[in-house]
Design a protein around this ligand. Structure first.
Ligand SMILES: Cc1ncc(COP(=O)(O)O)c(C=O)c1O
Length: 284
């Protein structure tokens, strides 16, 4: 049996239901998180739950649970589903009420849904690297919120998929922001450059972990906007995200990055990131 959480209760997935007037369904009025699970343990779970609270605050929604209350619920779900390697997904919407753009009354409780899914580490892609396209970033100006409104991301990711690519690298004019479902970094002369954590990108937990590793290891990085020209002149390009960890990008819009093979800085980061996972969750 597969278990899910609906409004704090663990249920059999086949009987779990959400109302058609749920505001997540009608408006995408809610926030979500995806946490990686290795060996049945959440990786950087606390950081993800903290970001969930922050996303909710930014859309003026108060979550009915604290991160400290959510963590054991997720652990219970992982354990009931006997999940070894995968993800736990959770979302909170602004509840169920007759469709109206105005927020519902304060006594309408948020709807809380969570489930788990088996997701293997994409080891082959991580080894060989993946291809990408460029796409104009047409999203709103609060990309720092992990909101359920993902249409801009979906349209770009679909375009990438139709081109046989893993990711769409988004840009606002000349400025590269992030990917449709990951953060983007470039490496030039040994220095890692990635967009600063502002309203134009989601401040990825993986991105933050990578930068923390860089600080600890003495690897130089710059958090600043970079241009399409800098992207095409980069020695290395990589994507980072919860399910893909550190993923080398070896082609951008049909043009190879350097010699079209993952570079040494990215490879080193992949190894250091894996070591961090193993420190928290055991051998993978
Ligand atoms: C738009 C976007 N940027 C960045 C990320 C990476 O964030 P994280 O490392 O927290 O998974 C994601 C992940 O889903 C994303 O959707």
């Amino acid at each position: 049996m597969e278990y899910v959480i609906v409004d704090g209760e663990i249920l059999d997935r086949t009987v779990a239901k959400v109302d058609i007037e749920d505001r997540g369904y009608q408006f995408g009025d809610g926030v979500y998180e995806v946490i990686r699970v290795y060996n049945g343990k959440m990786f950087t779970g606390k950081e993800h739950l903290q970001r969930l609270v922050e996303s909710a605050e930014k859309i003026r929604m108060k979550l009915p649970y604290s991160p400290e209350e959510l963590e054991p619920k997720m652990e219970e779900l992982i354990s009931k589903n006997e999940l070894d390697t995968g993800i736990v997904y959770m979302q909170f919407t602004r509840g169920t009420s007759p469709r109206n753009h105005v927020f519902p009354a304060a006594d309408v409780a948020p709807t809380f849904v969570a489930y788990t899914r088996k997701v293997a580490r994409p080891v082959e892609s991580m080894e060989k690297g993946v291809r990408s396209i460029l796409d104009e970033d047409i999203r709103w100006l609060r990309c720092d919120i992990k909101s359920l409104n993902l249409l801009g991301n979906l349209l770009s990711k679909q375009k990438a998929a139709e081109a046989g690519c893993f990711e769409a690298i988004l840009h606002r004019g000349e400025t590269v922001t992030e990917g449709s479902h990951s953060n983007i970094s470039i490496v030039k002369d040994g220095v890692i450059i990635t967009h600063q954590a502002d309203n134009l990108i989601l401040n990825g937990i993986t991105r933050q972990k990578v930068l923390e590793i860089c600080s600890n290891e003495g690897i130089t990085f710059e958090e600043r906007a970079f241009t399409l020209d800098e992207l095409s002149a980069a020695d290395e390009v990589f994507s980072s995200g919860t399910t893909v960890e550190v993923m080398p990008i070896v082609e951008v819009d049909g043009k190879p990055v350097r010699n079209g093979e993952p570079g040494l800085v990215t490879r080193n980061l992949q190894n250091l990131f894996k070591a961090e996972i193993e420190r928290q969750c055991g051998q993978i």
